[in-house]
Design a protein around this ligand. Structure first.
Ligand code: PMP
Length: 342
């Protein structure tokens, strides 16, 4: 029997395990959304194409609305991609360790998962990409940048090289791209089989809304629209997405606060007996050197600090991942970690 995807939730004071934003969205966003509730035609189905939201996202990224597809979280975006382009008799390439849902969704839709490894430092290894692609001819190849759970970002050169190798679609999962110095969005055009996925869950402080999207050539979006369920995106969510885009400045402010805080947390971690990976995301992967990862995870939990235990993920023996929180939350984490490692 297949295992489901789990991120164990425990009732704790400091929750740093699921890469959400520690900040609520601006109060003015909530007020505007509340006012919008009264304007929705609740007896009517939503705009099936989510056109206004797509227009706003297209403006944000300088693309055409026909190049944008929106769904209930980027997980649903990934699912619709797999339903459309993968399935029985086709394979999906992933390079572990990476975001577990890429392989999970591929299996659920009946695809073969072509699993590659990474270099010793957990960066993407182009020789390994070449091997997997040549052996399996994947319909979809996933690159996660910044990669969850390592936080490492792929360079433009790497993404271009992978694009030159794949026979099918290259999906660059950019759930954390706003925290990174570079985005593959600049490479999307009509002649390139490149799809970039994004989410409102992290930078936009909207994990509760379940809203994600992709930017791709129009011929990809047109295929996805044939596969997705009719009226999959409700009117309230479409409004939430549109209204959120009125607050780009506030969102960018939250991103820079978290990037600065990430720098502080990493600087503290490198002084401790742990191995730390360089992060361009809102989380940091680390491995206690002299202590067992499970034991440190439990010791943090005993101090009411919940982080993600990645010890059982491929290639991540003993590793833990902390989401960057508020200064107070991160201080609680750092104090608990010092105590655990003492
Ligand atoms: N991609 C990556 C790399 C993620 O880490 C996550 C969230 N854990 C998602 C996609 C899914 O995000 P959501 O469905 O909330 O948009």
């Amino acid at each position: 029997m297949r295992e489901g995807y789990h991120s164990p939730q425990v009732d704790v004071e400091v929750r740093l395990n699921t890469n959400e934003s520690p900040f609520a969205p601006p109060a003015a966003f909530v007020d505007a959304l509340a006012a919008e509730v009264g304007r929705i035609d609740w007896h009517r189905y939503p705009d099936r194409a989510a056109w206004d939201l797509r227009v706003r996202l297209a403006e944000l990224h300088g693309v055409a609305p026909e190049q944008v597809f929106v769904a209930n979280g980027s997980n649903e975006v990934l699912q619709v991609l797999s339903l459309t382009y993968a399935g029985p008799g086709r394979s999906v390439a992933v390079f572990e360790p990476t975001y577990a849902m890429h392989a999970q969704i591929a299996k659920i839709v009946g695809s073969e998962v072509a699993e590659g490894g990474r270099a010793a430092d957990l960066s993407l290894d182009l020789d390994e990409v070449r091997r997997v692609v040549a052996e399996h001819q994947p319909a979809i190849t996933y690159v996660c940048s910044p990669n969850n759970p390592t936080g490492m970002v792929e360079t433009e050169e790497t993404v271009r090289e992978v694009l030159g190798l794949v026979p099918g679609l290259l999906v660059v999962d950019e759930a954390y791209a706003q925290f990174a110095p570079w985005s593959a969005l600049s490479l999307v055009d009509e002649d390139t089989p490149l799809v970039v996925t994004r989410t409102f869950s992290k930078t936009w402080s909207m994990a509760a809304a379940r809203l994600g999207y992709l930017v791709a050539p129009t011929w990809v979006v047109a295929e996805l629209e044939k596969v997705v369920l009719p009226y999959h995106l409700d009117s309230l969510k479409q409004a939430a997405g549109r209204i959120a885009l009125d607050f780009v400045g506030e969102m960018e402010q939250r991103v820079s606060t978290l990037v600065e805080e990430r720098g502080r947390v990493v600087a503290e971690l490198v002084d401790l007996p742990v191995e730390v990976w360089p992060s361009s995301a809102n989380f940091v992967l680390f491995r206690p050197i002299a202590r067992d990862g499970d034991a440190v995870w439990q010791a943090l939990l005993d101090e009411s600090v919940l982080v993600r235990n990645c010890s059982s993920w491929p290639g991540l023996d003993g590793c833990l991942r902390i989401t960057i929180g508020t200064t107070d939350e991160d201080d609680r984490f750092l104090a608990a970690l010092r105590k655990a490692l003492a």
